[in-house]
Ligand binder design. Structure first.
Ligand code: ASN
Ligand code: ZN
Length: 331
């Protein structure tokens, strides 16, 4: 462990206890949610989880709110307020997402160069509930939730989704509008769910593994209250909703499952024994072949180019083609 980092624990919103990498301030005699361990051997940057319960979303988006502090604790065990606000979940999950990109893709943080990772938790909307989360170009911002939804960092697929926006911005940089925006969303959902299966206890063969945000439901049925379902049956490009920019940036969330559905099928079918093969394929397509204004067809071509590059067998390349065809994404 890199000095001055130390080890602690935290209770997640779902009650599970997890190890946390934290920091001990000898002068203040308290711990805080700063992870010195993960990037110790590379950039020496750190992962921080900030108490933003007094912050409204407008003041968190695209700027750094005044007076923020990392979540502190007198003991190295985080629970209570830190659990309620989603601080434990955000800090733990940011570490899991960092580890996934490092171990599976050899990528050091969101920019690939060890950038610091900052998560703001407990954010409100006009003083009331904020039921969303986003990447603002620099950091992750998580709403406090409401009576229907838990604090937004409490599902690893949501954290994986938001952090993947940071990866996309630093690779293909898909423009967040229309079809390229739907691809940006599809990649965020794909990796969000892949990370949830890798480190969050979701099971690949469970149809609910295709849901985004299902762990946030306080009482609603997962399928009804999840934000999206990669197996939602909006299977083909003829389900594409042509909407103006004023609606969801031209349907970036409305049209994402057409592509993410194909990617999720690929993850299920390409090599059931090694789902990381599909992850490496999609990552290679994203980081080497996709470009900012790509649509579905270009993105299909990017995945197939990556498949050739990686030396996938003819049979495997056919699996990829079949998945795209089934979703109406054709050359
Ligand atoms: N949760 C949403 C997302 O990351 C927020 C947004 O619309 N950007 O896609
Ligand atoms: Zn998104």
């Amino acid at each position: 462990k890199g000095d001055p980092g130390t080890s602690g624990t935290g209770v997640k919103y779902n009650g599970d206890q997890v190890p946390l990498d934290i920091y001990y301030d000898e002068t203040a005699r308290q711990y805080s949610l700063v992870d010195y361990a993960r990037m110790a051997s590379t950039s020496k940057n750190t992962l921080h989880t900030w108490d933003a319960r007094a912050v409204d979303v407008d003041d968190a988006s695209g700027r750094w709110p005044a007076g923020l502090k990392e979540f502190t604790s007198a003991a190295p065990d985080y629970s209570g307020d830190a659990t309620e606000a989603g601080a434990v979940d955000a800090h733990w999950a940011a570490g899991q997402v960092y580890d996934y990109y490092k171990k599976v893709h050899g990528r050091d943080s969101l920019d690939g160069r060890g950038m610091a990772i900052n998560s703001l938790v407990g954010v409100t909307y006009a003083g009331g509930p904020f039921v969303n989360a986003f990447w603002d170009g620099q950091k992750m911002v998580y709403g406090a939730g409401d009576e229907q939804y838990k604090t937004l960092s409490a599902d690893l697929d949501v954290v994986g989704h938001e952090m993947t926006h940071g990866v996309v911005e630093n690779t293909a940089n898909l423009v967040y509008a229309g079809q390229s925006g739907a691809l940006n969303e599809a990649l965020a959902d794909y990796f969000g769910n892949a990370i949830d299966v890798t480190a969050g206890g979701a099971k690949m063969d469970d149809p609910d593994a295709g849901l985004i945000g299902e762990d946030l439901c306080r009482s609603g049925k997962p399928r009804a209250c999840a934000f999206r379902d990669l197996n939602d049956g909006r299977t083909t490009a003829k389900d594409y909703l042509g909407v103006t920019f004023g609606t969801d940036n031209g349907g970036v969330h409305l049209n994402s499952t057409i592509f993410s559905g194909a990617l999720w099928d690929i993850r299920q079918d390409l090599d059931p024994k090694d789902p990381f093969l599909a992850d490496r394929l999609v990552y290679k397509a994203l980081s080497t072949y996709m470009t900012p204004l790509d649509g579905y067809t270009e993105a299909r071509n990017a995945v197939l180019a990556a498949a050739k590059d990686m030396g996938l067998t003819a049979r495997q390349q056919n699996t990829v083609k079949r998945s795209f065809n089934a979703h109406g994404i054709v050359p």
